[in-house]
Write a protein that binds this ligand. Structure first.
Ligand code: NAP
Length: 282
């Protein structure tokens, strides 16, 4: 039976380390959290981020904009936040309501305040192996592996999903950690044959029970990034948890796995941004 990696406990540990680092900085770090529209899920995420800021000694600057905000108004806000010395990190909650476009907004954020690590400059730095920030979800997964004593070095790693926020940067970080990585997506043929070779299987698809027990090698580490709702409305991941857990050596539950780690890594990046902007090493 797999060991369950407790993301909640680990996130609490990361946040207490961040709070200790924050206290050493010459001034309180600040995170601007921009939410456009009234998507209920986004509102929950944003509230969670603001609570994390309070826990870590980070000042949060909330910006709630109506759904009919014009692209230029949003860009003007980003410019204002870029120039604000009290704001070390800028987070724009995605997805943006239509017809707003995310790309120009992401590219307008100053790269040294891009704590989500979505700006092309930071994505490029990540891919050449000299990251400034690490994107929160994949960084959280790497922290879970490290804390569990699992090194990707020399391991066969399979990532399901090729999104810019999870799959691609996950593959980059695992590659950097000397894993041999296969990145799969909806057009990948013979998926089960590939996943069955994985020593470390990271799933970020977003489909209930799309990772079945026959796709998992005995003793594999299974990291489930997804946050889905099953037919009963219960939060769950991609893995058929009851069937996969007995086969795996380690597994992350949903909820209580990768989700809390993503939030904790955002706090870590914000404190890192503040340290950089204050010229302090942490
Ligand atoms: P996304 O942008 O929708 O990407 C999903 C990816 O899965 C795509 O690359 C897609 O392939 C691939 N895919 C779809 N069906 C597949 C299949 N049958 N086999 C293999 N790959 C398949 O999603 P995302 O934003 O990366 O999020 C993925 C999941 O992670 C969601 O459940 C989301 O809620 C969750 N999430 C969790 C956290 C966290 O903190 N825990 C953070 C972010 C996201 P194509 O590219 O070919 O379409």
């Amino acid at each position: 039976m797999a060991v369950r990696i407790d993301g909640k406990a680990l996130a609490a540990k990361v946040k207490s380390q961040v709070a200790a680092e924050t206290a050493k900085l010459p001034r309180q770090p600040g995170l601007a959290v921009v939410l456009v529209g009234d998507d209920p899920a986004s509102q929950v995420y944003v509230r969670g981020k603001e609570a994390d800021c309070a826990e870590c000694g980070i000042r949060s600057f909330p910006y709630r904009l109506p759904a009919d905000t014009h692209q230029q108004e949003l860009l003007a806000l980003i410019e204002k936040l870029n120039a604000d010395a009290a704001v070390d990190g800028i987070l724009v909650q995605l997805p943006l309501p239509a017809p707003l476009e995310a790309e120009p907004v992401i590219e307008a954020i100053r790269p040294d305040k891009d704590v989500d690590c979505f700006h092309p400059y930071n994505v490029g730095r990540l891919n050449i192996g000299t990251p400034v920030f690490q994107p929160c979800t994949p960084a959280g997964v790497m922290e879970m592996l490290r804390e569990s004593g699992i090194s990707p070095a020399g391991k066969r790693c399979v990532v399901l999903g090729r999104s810019n926020i999870v799959g691609k940067p996950m593959a980059a970080l695992l590659t950097q950690a000397d894993g041999t990585v296969t990145l799969c997506h909806s057009r990948t043929p013979e998926l089960t044959e590939i996943t069955r070779q994985a020593d470390i299987l990271v799933s970020a698809v977003g489909k209930v029970n799309c990772v079945t027990a026959d796709m998992v090698k005995d003793g594999a580490v299974v990291i489930d990034v997804a946050m889905n709702r099953n037919d009963a409305g219960k939060l769950c991941g991609d893995a058929d948890f009851a069937a996969v857990e007995p086969k795996a050596s380690y597994i992350t539950p949903v909820p209580g796995g990768v989700g809390p780690m993503t939030r904790a890594m955002l706090m870590k990046n914000t404190t890192q941004a503040a340290a950089m902007q204050n010229g302090v090493a942490i």
